[in-house]
Design a protein around this ligand. Structure first.
Ligand code: ADP
Length: 467
């Protein structure tokens, strides 16, 4: 086993990894930016190194500073968490060249799946279904119009290096396509350093279903079933559940087999996630593979009892998976996660940073809360708005919903605005309760909800503006 691991991240995921290390008897090193000096991950780790000022580019994305911290503290491995450097093949390569184990897949696997268009092409070749669309980057206006004519509107423009719901544009006609192409390319260049975009058919009423993969260096690859991440705002996940209310065992088997095929196509090792869109006729299409631990991994842990972060660490050491046969992976009960973000849903999800004055976290049977916040904690404007993840597990979906409603009622975070009131609304909604939601669910309920919650009725969401 490793003796010391550096956690190249902050917030709740840094805590999550440090906790796993402590349980495994591994020492930890935290890195932090100047304004994060008082963050819980800094205190919980055995050692801590300041790696720069607030902007991510100068701290959590600062590769030389992180590698120096790893060398000074003499760690065996680096866990990147999610976001920041987690899917940076270059960083993974540098770690390896410095004899520091990168806890994640190989740089080659990160690279192959990091270019979404190349990943689509690879999937097509190995027989994993993909949405109709381009096989090469869009060359220009004429090319884009030709593609749209072939696959028919609506279409979606995506950045090949995109992520986090950014750099996507839905287009319903030629005029919109031409104008969106320019902005998408400019935005992709600015956000990801690569202007290449591609076009695929936009499915109008899909569900987002993803499979959790674990693969070791001994050739064992299993999935830990699916998560349903259909509840999204601006193509970003807000509430997730496992198992999906839309999947039966037959479809689970078919999708799971495809997810395994996708992972094997890049010789995947470590934890990863294969994302699919599922249409109303039960057809499913590969969307992308995330080559890291996901924000929502905890709900899979609640229904399988498998600690995904510990598995990642053991895999990196070269150990075998703790459960190596697909049919031995347990699936028990139903888990839901609500992302508690510091943002105002009634005001177009605008960020709501600031100091938390009153804070009461729910507890009791079936509740797990992963958070770095506390009473007096200041939500910083420099990083993402996730304050914590409220997860619950019940014997079935109905019970999980009741536990979540009870937990949300107990939750107090004041005075900053959070997503808690919106989650309460989602859980009450009959379409959600029947499990019949699609990815446009939030947009559909939002108008009504904003009217009730603010004077600013008629606020148009970003995704509505995009149409
Ligand atoms: P990112 O990597 O930025 O998260 P994804 O490709 O994973 O982007 O897509 C994020 C979300 O965008 C999906 O969960 C889905 O809601 C929506 N989306 C992406 N592609 C399509 C598509 N072809 N049709 C319909 N919705 C899509």
């Amino acid at each position: 086993m490793f003796s010391k691991i550096l956690v190249a991240n902050r917030g709740e995921i840094a805590l999550r990894v440090i906790r796993a290390c402590k349980e495994m008897g591994v020492r930890t090193v935290a890195v932090y930016s100047e304004p994060d000096t008082d963050s819980p991950h800094v205190h919980l780790a055995d050692e801590a190194v300041c790696i720069g000022p607030a902007p991510s580019a100068q701290s959590y994305l600062n590769i030389p500073a992180i590698i120096s911290a790893a060398e000074i503290t003499d760690v065996d491995a680096i866990h990147p968490g999610y976001g920041f450097l987690a899917e940076n093949a270059h960083f993974a390569e540098i770690c390896e060249s410095c004899q520091i184990k990168f806890i994640g897949p190989s740089p080659q696997a990160i690279h192959s799946m990091g270019d979404k268009m190349a990943a689509r092409e690879l999937m097509r070749k190995v027989g994993v279904p993909i949405v109709a669309g381009t096989q090469e980057a869009v060359k220009g206006k004429e090319d884009a119009l030709q593609i749209a004519k072939k696959i028919k509107y609506p279409v979606i423009i995506k950045a090949t290096s995109g992520g986090g719901g950014r750099g996507m544009r839905v287009c319903h006609n030629d005029v919109r396509l031409v104008s969106a192409l320019m902005t998408a390319q400019t935005e992709a260049e600015a956000a990801f350093g690569n202007p290449a975009v591609y076009i695929e058919k936009y499915l109008e009423k899909p569900k987002h279903i993803e499979f959790q993969i674990l693969a070791d260096t001994h050739g064992h690859t299993v999935h830990l079933y699916e998560r349903d991440c259909t509840i999204q705002r601006r193509h970003q996940k807000l509430l997730e559940e496992s198992p999906s209310p839309a999947i039966d065992w037959k479809l689970r088997k078919r999708m799971g087999d495809m997810a395994l095929k996708a992972a094997r196509a890049v010789n995947y090792v470590s934890a990863g996630t294969v994302e699919f869109l599922l249409d109303e006729d039960g057809r499913f299409y590969f969307m992308e593979m995330n080559t890291r631990v996901q924000v929502e991994h905890g709900i899979t842990e609640l229904v399988t009892g498998i600690d995904i972060v510990k598995e990642q660490i053991r895999i990196a050491v070269g150990e075998k998976l703790s459960i190596r046969h697909q049919d031995k992976i347990p699936l028990r009960g139903h888990a839901i996660e609500c992302r508690i973000n510091a943002e105002d849903p009634a005001n177009n999800f605008s960020p709501s940073p600031g100091k938390i004055e009153r804070y009461n976290v729910p507890g009791g049977p079936g509740v797990r809360m992963d958070t770095h916040a506390y009473s007096g904690y200041k939500v910083l404007p420099f990083y993402d708005s996730l304050i914590g993840k409220l997860m619950v597990v019940g014997r079935n979906r109905g019970e999980a919903i009741s536990i979540m409603q009870r937990a949300l009622d107990e939750f107090v975070i004041e005075p900053i605005k959070t997503t808690i009131p919106l989650h309460k609304e989602i859980l009450k909604n009959p379409i959600f309760r029947r499990g019949q939601m699609h990815t446009d669910f939030i947009q559909r309920i939002m108008g009504e909800w904003s009217d009730k919650n603010t004077e600013e009725s008629g606020t148009t969401s970003a995704s509505e503006k995009e149409k």
